[in-house]
Design a binder for this molecule. Structure first.
Ligand code: FE2
Length: 132
């Protein structure tokens, strides 16, 4: 099957995954039951992975065929700059909050999140540097 025929099929799959991602993401933190929330988070993460795989296949099959609504370079840089600001703020906030929270069990759970925020900042910076 040639790429012109494969593209709309994969695009449909990507749209399907994106719809699922939006549905679960929009509602996840309004769900009161923690087990339901965790199960939907698992499905959300899987859907993100699926969407990424499909988007990567689309990108690799033919350079003439683009993912619909692909954002221009300038907008991507703006998104990453905003992301960088958010990551740096998250880092500061978690650091501050770990000083305020006394319960060691809570701190034990929050510290890895703080570590992730440091990593996120580095990853976003690396992406920005590649675009410069
Ligand atoms: Fe982050």
């Amino acid at each position: 099957m040639d790429s012109e025929k494969v593209f709309p099929i994969l695009k449909q799959d990507l749209d399907f995954e994106i719809r699922a991602i939006n549905l679960y993401y929009e509602n996840l933190f309004s769900i009161g039951d923690s087990k339901t929330r965790s199960t939907l988070l698992r499905i959300l993460i899987d859907s993100l992975r699926h969407a990424l795989t499909i988007a990567n296949i689309i990108s690799s099959i033919n350079s003439d065929l683009k993912i619909q609504d692909e954002i221009p370079r300038e907008k991507l840089i703006a998104v990453l700059n905003r992301g960088l600001k958010e990551e740096m703020e998250s880092e500061e906030i978690y650091q501050e909050h770990m000083k305020l929270i006394v319960d060691p069990e809570v701190i034990k759970k929050i510290r890895p999140i703080f570590g992730d925020e440091i990593l996120h900042e580095k990853l976003v910076k690396d992406l920005l540097n590649k675009l410069k």
